[in-house]
Design a protein around this ligand. Structure first.
Ligand code: RI2
Length: 311
């Protein structure tokens, strides 16, 4: 039984070599699949103990994207409730459930693209932030339908995931402009729709996404620009129904500036912020397009198993 691959994936998630809430979740599922296929445990109990340990390692990699614990807990829940008693059967179930999670996750992004594209009009200028595969799918899907759209994308300092976004969109031939994060308000009057992704969505509909998202939402609100969030249902945070607060990841100051050049100065590197539901017009999920106020319903329907009798 080896945790080698699991630890490697965990490190790659921490360093952000693997990043993006959806991708993190799929990589964790894949790591559990590999763990199961390599496990030599011949007793059900020891297989399950190893699987739980692997899950804990993965969950501890990054704190803000709930997609990660949701993926791990879902796989564990399905395996633990499978009634299988032999380690071989548990192994097969883990492999199948992990594969199913990955397939469903990819399919969800496609559906979000289709649903979200209906809310993008011909001639629109769409703003996006950071690098969200779900948000990009909405944009690509609208473009694929022949809509003549333009995109404005912000850099997303300090890790510059906006660079990935602009390159990806330009490859599709979509006219794309890159701006610095602080230029958002200056260009908002030219924008018709904002589409961003999510790392977590709380029970009250608040969206936790890349730092800078909330000021884009504020700016969009001021300019009466529609603000959409594209997110799979496994980005809704079950524990927030019970009062939990989503932990905002604080990363190394050195990602912002070299601390040696700023001695005696605190450099803060908050990776995410919270956009209140009042600033969000729609959340596009694979199960449909909903107002942020419906988040609690999504959690009840999709995560009853996770919250169980703690409701
Ligand atoms: P998808 C990213 O976080 C961004 O905040 C992005 O909006 C979100 O995950 C969702 O991404 P980071 O990993 O799942 O770059 O839509 O810190 O790809």
């Amino acid at each position: 039984m080896t945790l080698e691959y699991v630890s490697e994936v965990s490190e790659r998630i921490q360093s952000m070599e693997i990043r993006g809430a959806g991708k993190i979740a799929r990589s964790a599922a894949e790591a559990l699949r590999v763990f199961a296929s390599e496990s030599t445990a011949d007793e059900a109990q020891s297989f399950l103990e190893g699987l739980r340990e692997a899950g804990d390692v993965l969950i501890s990699s990054r704190p803000s994207a709930v997609s990660l614990p949701n993926a791990v807990k879902y796989i564990l829940y399905r395996v633990e409730n499978s009634k299988a008693t032999e380690s071989d059967d548990l192994r097969k179930i883990t492999i199948n459930v992990a594969k199913e999670f990955i397939e469903n996750s990819l399919e969800a992004v496609d559906k979000i693209g289709l649903y979200g594209a209906k809310r993008i009009d011909d001639g629109d200028t769409v703003m996006t932030h950071c690098n969200s595969s779900a948000a990009i799918e909405v944009i690509k899907s609208a473009w694929g339908e022949g809509k003549d759209i333009k995109v404005i994308a912000s850099e997303a300092r300090p890790r510059y995931q906006g660079y990935i976004t602009v390159r990806e969109l330009a490859k599709e031939g979509i006219p794309t402009t890159l701006i610095v994060d602080s230029a958002v308000r200056a260009v908002m009057k030219k924008v018709n729709k904002v589409v961003v992704g999510a790392d977590s969505i709380a029970a009250n509909g608040a969206v936790i996404n890349k730092i800078g998202t909330s000021q884009i939402a504020l700016s969009a609100q001021e300019a009466r620009v529609l603000f959409f969030v594209a997110a799979e249902t496994y980005k809704f945070h079950p524990e927030t129904c019970l009062g939990d607060i989503v932990e905002i990841e604080e990363r190394e100051p050195s990602e912002v500036a070299d601390p040696k050049e700023f001695e005696g100065i605190t450099i803060k590197n908050l990776a995410f912020d919270v956009t209140p539901p009042e600033y969000i017009d729609l959340i596009v999920t694979e199960k449909g397009v909903i107002p942020p106020q419906a988040a609690i319903m999504v959690i009840k329907e999709e995560f009853g198993w996770a919250v169980g009798d703690r409701w």
